[in-house]
Structure formats: C-alpha cells, structure tokens
Design a protein around this ligand. Structure first.
Ligand code: NAD
Length: 343
C-alpha cells in the first residue's frame, strides 16, 4: 500500500454516521480529511462521534471539496437528487467517487456519471453493500465452484408492512428521491439478484405501483411516491426475476430476500441468512451455511479503497449502474403506461 486514500464525506446524515464514518474508524487505508453538510450540527455530530472524522475540516458547500486538490476521493451520502451532480463535478475535478445508492434518479444522469468517470479515468462505484454481506460472499464462492448450476429464474423483494423512511423528509418527495420503495429498496435486492445471476443484461420490464396505505398520516412533508411496487424483469439469457418492494402494505411481516432457482440447486438469502435447496440421491436437502464476517458496508468501502489504491478488479462497474436505473425507471414507466418496456 503506497499511501492512504484522502477522502471527504459529503452529506453527514443517517447513513454517513451509521454505516460510513463508523466503518472508517476501522479502515486504515482511508483518511477522512473533510466533511460537508448544509447543516453544521450534522458535521459537529459526525466529528464528535467518530474518531475517523475528528480532525476533518468542515464546509457547507460541496464545491469546496470538489475544488480542493488535496482530496483524492469523495463519499456521497446526500439525498438521491444530489448524487449525480456531485459525482460528475468530483469526477471532472479528477476525484474518485463512491456514492450511496441509488446511483442516480434518471438514466440520463447515470449515463453522464459513467461518461465522466471514463473520460477522467477515475473510479466510480455506487454502494452495493448487499453484495458484500457474509451470506453473499459465501454464495459467490459457491457460485464460482458451480455448486448451484445456472440460475434461470428468481424472486426478490424488501417488503415492509409499515416502514416509510425519513420521517416526513425528502425520502417521499419524488423530486428529491426519484421514487419510493422501488428506487430506495429495489436497488439493493435487484442488484444482488442480478449480480449473483452473473450480471445478465436486462432486456424488458413490466410493473405496477400503488399508493394505498402510506402518505395520508406521514409526519408532514410531501408524499408523492409509491408505497408498493411489483414487477417482472427479463434478461438476454432467458432468465427472469419477479420483484416486490414496499414501505407499507398489509402482509404478515417484513422480509428482505433474494431467491434464485438454479439448475443444480436453489438459494435464498433472507434477512442476510443463506439457505440452499437441492436434491441428492433422489432426496431433497436443505442446507443452512453459517458464514460470519464484517458488515457489507465495511467490506464494500474496503473494496473501493483497494480498487483505487491497488488497482484491484472492481466488483461494481458503472454500466451495472446504468442497467439498474434503466430497470427502475422502466418499471415506473410501465406502471404509468400499462405496457411492457423494452430496455
Ligand atoms: N446503502 C444503504 O443501506 C443505505 C441506507 C440508508 C440510506 N442510503 C442512502 O444514503 C443517502 C442518504 O440517506 P440518509 O438516510 O443518510 O439521509 P439523511 O437525510 O439522514 O442524510 C442526508 C444528509 O445530506 C445532507 N445534505 C442535503 N443537501 C446537501 C448538500 N447540498 N450538501 C451537503 N449535504 C447535504 C443533509 O443535511 C443530511 O444531513 C440516500 O441516497 C439513501 O438512499 C443508503
């Protein structure tokens, strides 16, 4: 390792504290040199709570970070509508970018981010923490050993009975979030499913969205997004994926899962627990491996540093972000038009 990666955190709210600064405390390759938030008290909090941020300088204007030649990379933890403008400005200023999910709100934005990364020769990675959980890392090893065969169909979802994020904040404002649970939660589980399937190219989507439960009694703020989205994605290799995401719907209990049907065995990662369903000697078997390890965010951030500092092969490439936003926006379009959308 030649040197530490000098990074700035932009947006010091819930996820920046809970899953970024807290992990930087234990990541030696990264030094947090600056923090940025339009709310000074958020910067004070992150600096006082996390030793990794204690000596960071502060600014309320992210362009101060973008213009600072002493910063190698930015970690964008702002509301969704700011991911693309901040990422593009940082990439054009020669910085590497790690951005929280969703990568962007529109296809035009995410394509512009990819183009800026390529033109400037910089690493652009969107947070995909679910690819790096102990269960996912174990499944990836078993997939590499061809234990499950070819995945040809699957289902995934993050279904909350009652769980609107943000307490009346930007999360349910379409102009700032881009959508509801589909863009907020869908990006996690759809990505994990496609990644474990070997990144087939999505070719068409159809879907429906609803706002039937949430929105009426939220604590102030606009609520102009869906509270439930269901849909169907088809891939160029013939595989398909059924999706189901909600912030509010009348079900028995919350569940977060990816279930894939393989020709040799099926797998399910449900609430971070892996199960394998196969058949041996004419008899069905279920396995429940118990992998242990660090949180997904921590491993994902370490991986970003490894790619930037050591040239490691990136697990995430920007085209996967383009495909993801095409899927999500395609499902919104299909919900509006009532028709299947070709991607
Ligand atoms: N990967 C995950 O598991 C996960 C979980 C939660 C949230 N997220 C994502 O992280 C991002 C932030 O979510 P959150 O829950 O922390 O939201 P939040 O509202 O708690 O935090 C956002 C912060 O950004 C700040 N901000 C707003 N405009 C800014 C600007 N112009 N410059 C600098 N700072 C600005 C706000 O003041 C706030 O402190 C979202 O994109 C969300 O989708 C990811």
């Amino acid at each position: 390792m030649s040197k530490k990666l000098r990074m700035a955190i932009i947006g010091c709210g819930g996820i920046a504290c809970g899953a970024h600064a807290s992990n930087y405390d234990n990541i030696d390759d990264i030094e947090i040199v600056a923090v940025c938030d339009i709310r000074p008290e958020r910067m004070e909090l992150i600096k006082s709570k996390y030793k990794s941020c204690a000596n960071a300088w502060e600014t309320e204007d992210y362009m101060d970070i973008v213009k600072c030649p002493d910063i190698d990379a930015v970690d964008i933890c702002t509301p969704n509508y700011l991911h693309a403008p901040i990422a593009i400005a940082a990439l054009n200023a020669g910085k590497h970018v790690l951005t929280e999910k969703p990568d962007a709100m529109t296809v035009a934005q995410v394509e512009a981010m990819k183009e800026a990364a390529e033109r400037n020769g910089k690493v652009l990675m969107a947070m995909r923490n679910n690819r790096f959980t102990p269960a996912a890392l174990y499944a990836r090893k078993a997939i590499a050993d061809n234990e499950y065969g070819r995945f040809y169909a699957g289902r995934c979802g993050w279904i909350r009975r009652r769980g609107v994020p943000g307490d009346g904040s930007w999360f349910a404002d379409k102009s700032k979030a881009g959508g509801g649970p589909l863009i907020d939660l869908g990006v996690h589980m759809i990505d994990l499913a496609i990644f474990l399937m070997g990144n087939p190219k999505p070719v068409s989507v159809s879907g429906s969205t609803f706002r039937e439960i949430a929105g009426q009694n939220e604590k102030g703020g606009l609520f102009d997004v869906e509270d439930l989205a269901m849909g169907f994605i088809k891939f160029d290799n013939g595989a398909c994926l059924h999706i189901d995401f909600s912030w509010a719907t009348n079900i028995e209990k919350d569940v977060r899962f990816v279930e894939l049907r393989g020709t040799k065995a099926g797998i399910k990662i449900e609430d971070d627990v892996l199960s394998v369903y196969g058949e041996k000697h004419g008899t069905p078997y279920n396995e429940h491996p118990q992998p242990r390890g660090e949180y997904g965010h921590c491993v994902a951030i370490r991986h970003f540093a490894d790619v930037v500092l050591n040239g490691a092969d990136p697990i995430f490439v920007p085209q996967q972000g383009v495909d993801m936003i095409k899927i999500l926006n395609g499902i919104y379009e299909s919900a509006e038009t009532g028709k299947e959308v070709l991607l």
